[in-house]
Ligand binder design. Sequence first.
Ligand code: KG4
Ligand code: ZN
Length: 350
Amino acid sequence: MNQMKKNFLPVRILAIETSCDETAAAILENGRVLLSSVVASQIEIHQQYGGVFPEVASRQHVRDIYRVVDQALQQAHMSLDNMDAIAATRGPGLAGSLVVGMNMAKGIAIGKQLPLIGVNHLESHIYSAWLYPDETPNPPAPPEFPLLALLVSGGHTELIIMKEHLVYQRLGGTLDDAAGEAFDKVARLFGLSYPGGPSIQNAAQTGNIKAFNFPRARMEGTWDFSFSGVKTSVLRVVQELEKSGRPLPVFDLAASFQESIVDVLFQKTLQAAKEFNVKNIIVAGGVSANQALRDRFLSQHEIPVFIPPLKYCTDNAAMVAAAGYFRFVHGKTDTLDIDVLPTWPISFTL
Ligand code: KG4
Ligand code: ZN
């Protein structure tokens, strides 16, 4: 029966994501067709702390998780009986937050005798490039291997080659701050609210990208990134301006800073894509929601680029379901005693 089901019926995955401050659940069919996706954001709660407060985050997940999973089922007009497997983010992320989603997934897996799939959060971001909504008339072609993924989020900035499904070769990554982290920290210097990425993007809209020439760390000879230099440079400029008693030209500062980050991410990624002769580039993770970054990648026509729709750039469970599906069909299910992995490099895929 199970074999028949695999061959003839759609494979449906219920996925849960709680790696940081978003409680999310989604239902996905055959790895790509999204039936529902629900995200309960905690941004308003953490804004008062200027960043994510881990214990507050995990306790809020406890309050929200049941409602979010229930809503995902209702929106898809389904029950747990229609699911074939349950996927949850296993890491990397905040331990206390990961545990909430993983235990919910284990409870469902036990109660409904469903296979459990622990998914790497970074691979989930990459697999967001496979998603499309249920009502899409002509399904877009999926990304082709070999591909290069630029993963840019609040916790990570990595260049990853994929020669096939679930096989990841990490070329390099940030040696200090992640790109999103740099946006968040610099936004604070400008007096803008958390999360910094969207705030800087808004402020940059009317700013001049050439007003300030912030440094670009090219990290020649490596595929690594470094954003601490630009952050320090912004700090110095802000301190000088404040000393002079003049109001901060926030729009120009934001535009110039954003440009320096976009420039480095784009140049380095394109260089790696050419050197490794990839067929496609994927840009994923929260920072891939940045319009200037999207425009820069989409304005080059040498290598086709996949950037997920905005709502699948920041943390969500649809992408966990997509990665979970490919793990499931490759026989990578997990036992009910798996622990969460707050530190889990993508190249050490289990
Ligand atoms: O992927 P994500 O939701 O969580 C992590 O896995 O870290 O990424 C969150 C990060 C935050 O640092 C946020 O400032 C950044 O993504 N971000 C943006 C934009 N939207 C979110 N950065 C630049 N421009 C944006 N529009
Ligand atoms: Zn993320």
